[in-house]
Design a protein around this ligand. Sequence first.
Ligand code: SF4
Length: 94
Amino acid sequence: MERVVRKIDVFDRTWQDQANCLGVDPDLFFPERGASTREAKEVCRGCVVRLECLEYALQNGEKFGIWGGMSERERRRIRRARALARRRGEIASA
Ligand code: SF4
């Protein structure tokens, strides 16, 4: 079954106006290596633009911080899975 990944306009950052993290200390989303990401992920949990944020980070190759409620490692896993699915023809961009 082919899945579709919706491409976003990487220059459109209007979704950030609705971000749950507006006004939250940015350091929370860029913890030191090994530090807890729990608090940042809690902020993301109820964020209405979580998917936009995650796609933005994935499509911009953001290597650091919590985006869309996911850590670098979690995003790397998604990127790898998508690359594999693309190679197998299971995924298409819209
Ligand atoms: S998902 Fe998290 S990091 Fe992204 S905009 Fe929402 S609160 Fe901020």
